[in-house]
Design a protein around this ligand. Structure first.
Ligand code: NAD
Length: 492
């Protein structure tokens, strides 16, 4: 591998760290299909060093001594630093994951809000004084950091999803070890360096890089890790969950989806078609909340499909740095092969190709926006996550059937409902089993609203006030203020 190529070292205990075994691996630019940098291949010993640094910082030194208010103002300062560097971080993301600059720059402009919001929450983590039912005792409760947190992230929106985890974890007083995706580690290393330049003490946030099977698994299994927060595929989520269960570690999992985007005949069809395109072709469909099942009421089915195909056909593919580009490349070679595979599977299952259906010749790994009609909800293309620009259109007759189809999935992450009937909007929001329901919009997220999945889409919620509880343990403290010493063999 070229000696001139930029190298990214790991970040442990406040310092850059070369890989223990001296090995590096390339990270490539999905638009060009060529490597642009090398990343340190971490070892089990590197993981151990990082976790020990985090454990040490949790219990002694400047981080452990900060008051909650000081921790909060530090977080807000970190947010300001990230805001000042949003453009550079977005450029690194685009180079590494191939998503559109317009999308990544928007995300990086938004990331500081997580640090500002959870920074504000840091000194509002309060205990209680329960009104006791026993005389002669006083009890109070407090909330303590859960401990060292393993943070494992995917390649599709590396820094946004990282912020969703580390901002509340730090606000709670935890320390963390991050394992970014092996396909997109560079931006996380740049972000963590910036946090230290802005005054984060050593050991509070550490990064180890390498494969999931080696570095990721070693991190999950490390005895000093008390909590794992993961975003990625359900297959990996299951492995992590099993490993965590062996040592009773806490886990939060944000997994995949097969989200229904449901268009009723009474909807504003211009808005619905726009939302359908946004749901599946924005981010080249590489998003956990992709609206990959479009359920369309029979009476407007052909009109909606016609308009959708016309709009999607005009989507401009090309250089993700070009602000006019609308659909970028597929991030990883394996994902590219998987998307093309599912296009074959859908055709073999008897779905009708209404648009696209093949690789596009625009440089690296491109797939045309693809629409299948005549899909039945039992087909694999309707049940399995593709994570690419492939839409399955499924007709329905009435509201009851729409609910049945929407919920006939092992996933439950997001759902869209397009209707002008307010009563129907509320009924659908009640009956759909998913963590988010969007009515007459799609793909809206905020640091203020809980995000996560029902069913196989995950465990726990990120964002909003409640997310901080995932990083806290409750403790009850009892004080005898005068109760008599009683029979030692019965419960007091
Ligand atoms: P992935 O599961 O392959 O990898 C995610 C992370 O886990 C990577 O850092 C990887 O190195 C690590 N990993 C892999 N095996 C591991 C193991 N045995 N132990 C510990 N860590 C391990 O997922 P991906 O391909 O990077 O991302 C795409 C998937 O993520 C999609 O399925 C998508 O639906 C999901 N996703 C979900 C959300 C959400 O919020 N629900 C958001 C984005 C992506």
């Amino acid at each position: 591998m070229g000696l001139s190529m930029q190298r990214y070292e790991m970040f442990i205990d406040g310092e850059s760290r070369k890989p223990g075994a001296g090995e590096w691996f390339p990270t490539d630019n999905p638009y060009l299909g060529t490597p642009w940098a090398e990343i340190a291949r971490g070892t089990t010993e590197d993981v151990d060093d990082a976790v020990r640094a985090a454990h040490h910082a949790l219990h002694s030194g400047p981080w452990a001594e900060l008051t909650a208010s000081a921790r909060g103002s530090l977080l807000r300062r970190l947010g300001d630093t990230l805001a000042a560097n949003a453009r550079r971080l977005a450029e690194t993301e685009v180079r590494d994951n191939g998503k559109l600059f317009t999308e990544m720059y928007g995300q990086l402009g938004y990331v500081p809000e997580w640090f500002h919001y959870y920074g504000g929450l840091a000194d509002k983590i309060e205990g209680t004084v329960p009104p006791l039912d026993k005389k002669g005792y006083f009890a109070y409760t407090k909330k303590e950091p859960v401990g060292v947190v393993a943070v494992i992230t995917p390649w599709n929106s590396p820094l946004l999803l990282l912020a969703w985890k580390i901002a509340p974890a730090l606000a709670a007083g935890c320390t963390v070890v991050i394992k970014p995706s092996e396909f997109t580690s560079a931006s996380t290393l740049e972000l963590v360096r910036l946090l230290h330049e802005a005054g984060l003490p050593p050991g509070v946030v550490n990064v180890v890089t390498g494969s999931g099977e080696d570095v990721g698994a070693a991190l999950v299994e490390h005895p000093l890790v008390r909590k794992i927060t993961f975003t990625g595929s359900d297959a990996t989520g299951r492995r992590i969950s099993e490993a965590a269960a062996r040592d009773f570690k806490r886990v939060s999992l944000e997994l995949g989806g097969k989200s229904p985007n449901i268009v009723f005949a009474d909807a504003d069809l211009d808005a619905a078609v726009n939302g359908a395109v946004s749901g599946i072709f924005a981010a080249t469909g590489q998003t956990c909340i992709a609206g990959s099942r479009l359920l369309v009421q029979q009476s407007v089915h052909d009109e909606v499909v016609g308009r959708l195909v016309d709009l999607a056909r005009t989507a401009r593919m090309g250089d993700p740095m070009d602000e006019a580009t609308q659909v970028g490349p597929i991030t990883t070679p394996a994902q590219y092969a998987k998307v093309l595979d599912y296009i074959d599977i859908a055709q073999r299952e008897g779905a009708r190709l209404a648009l696209g259906g093949k690789a596009a010749d625009c440089g690296g790994r491109f797939v045309e926006p693809t629409v299948f009609t005549g899909v039945s909800n039992s087909m694999r293309i309707a049940q399995e996550e593709v994570f690419g620009p492939v839409l399955a259109v499924i007709p329905f007759h009435d509201e009851a059937e729409a609910v049945t189809l929407a919920n006939d999935s092992r996933y439950g992450l997001g759902a869209g409902v397009w209707t002008s009937d307010i009563g129907r909007a509320f009924r659908m929001a009640d009956r759909i089993r998913s963590g988010t329901v969007w009515v007459n919009t799609y793909r809206a997220v905020s640091y203020l609203t809980p995000f996560g999945g029902f069913k196989d889409s995950g465990i726990g919620r990120e964002n909003g006030i409640g997310a901080i509880t995932a990083y806290l343990e409750d403790k009850s403290v009892w004080i005898n203020t005068g109760a008599a010493t009683g029979n030692p063999f019965v419960l007091r």
